[in-house]
Design a protein around this ligand. Sequence first.
Ligand code: G4P
Length: 547
Amino acid sequence: MNAMPPDGLDAAPADAPADAAIAREAARRRTFAIIAHPDAGKTTLTERLLLRGGAIQLAGAVRAKGNARRTRSDWMKIEQDRGISVATSVMTFERGGLVFNLLDTPGHEDFSEDTYRTLTAVDAAVMVLDAAKGIEAQTRKLFEVCRLRNIPIITFINKMDREARDPFELIDEIEKTLALDAAPVAWPVGRASEFAGTWDMLNRRFLPVDADDAHSVALDGLDDPRLDALVGPERAAALREEAPLAEAACPEFDAEAFREGHLTPVFFGSALRDFGIGHLLDGLARHAPPPHARAADPRKVAPGEDRLTGFVFKVQANMDPNHRDRVAFVRLCSGKLVKGMRLKQVRTGKQVPVNAPLFFFAKERQVAEEAWPGDVVGVANHGTLRIGDTLTEGEELNFRGVPSFAPEILRTVRLEDPMGAKKLRTALGQLAEEGVVQLFRPLDGSPPVVGVVGQLQLDVLQSRLRVEYGVPAGFDTSMWTVARWVAPAVADAEGRAALERFAAANRRDAGEDHDGALVAFFTSDWRRNRAEEEWPMLRFHAVREQH
Ligand code: G4P
């Protein structure tokens, strides 16, 4: 297995000393997320993967609907009420000498922003499709985010134990709807209740339903008579017809095209019945890339460098109801983290002590003695660390690309108790830093505006304001429906002057976001278009990359 990407990008730059032990540990990491439309089977697959990796004792431990998770999540009453998982967590397991970091993402589309941010911290994604449904709306959205970042995607077609669509049709749909080459690396043998296992197209072996590498049956090609004995003559005949057709009609698996995000290997199985999971895990181990060199200002950072770098992609407050702590989830990009280190928060220049970095398992958190590139650790802090922050051992360096997306719903905040104005301001500020909502302060001093992607985010905000901060608040419909970040087309003196003129002319329809960046509000897309025409020196962005 070639663990390092082929292009040699991961060699540390000449001026950044490399360390062999760090490079070795980085090469062992597979940091990934699962993307899926709700109900496709993401939770079930997560459980299966963790079980295979020995990370949890019982299937069901990661299920938000189940009791194990519920006790931990009591603080978020809303999660209980709705039976959805709001918080993102990280699960780590070891298998075959590799360390898998699975970054969990919320299942509900209203929290998709959380998912988008989490995708900035992974090196690969598993896309789960329901075999009866194919590509669904949320699959497509999440896929687009992966494509923006060239994240390699492994496809798992789930629920093959039930009536499913024709595999050729599903592959064709992936290619057409996502404009992505799809190479079947497994082919289903039998369908629905007759599903007997998969044919490994790359290694010409048969994997019975519950087998992995260790239990596969190597055959002398499809004509091997043992195939008939293994799966029965009918299923063998169907496979002999379909597999060559699939080879001829579909692109061949190409590791480089996969790592560049142009091609997806396709696996078939059933998470519920534990079919094909071992094969998928083998595929992840073999094909998913280890941490790679990451773009930053002013230079690229290679994982094998001896100095630590990382960035915050998520902040979660009040994870422990007894302590009002905030945990920043830091993705390590280079170097080695050792308990007790002090790291520089590049945005402010402050030193942040990392006395008890946390690893997260399905149910537990545990203090990490050390962590390596690709790992995600939780750093407890009192609000110092924000989403998008870069941490280093002293270097002035900023990772690019933890995005904010223009909200789709805007609401003004109505305070139910006028005495609580100050408390509300603090609470909103903290929740905005955590990324629960986006917060905008209109330039003319009118009440703050919150922006969200989905209604559920507002429910969570309202519940947390009441339960955690003791400030009851409501939301009023805003006349604005569109928000855009405004920036000069060219960042020169003229561009900056245009930005100032825009702000002065639109004090009632513009505000600042939590980082002080200018945001324009519009009552319709038509108005936004007009503004774009009227202000050719400015750009109106739907996505803002935080630094
Ligand atoms: P999600 O996280 O993507 O939303 O999906 P989840 O795993 O919760 O699965 C959604 C439903 O699909 C669940 O059924 C689950 O049992 C079922 N499922 C998942 N994988 C498979 C599979 O391979 N085959 C079949 N037949 N079903 C599968 P549910 O009835 O909604 O929930 P539950 O009562 O089983 O918990």
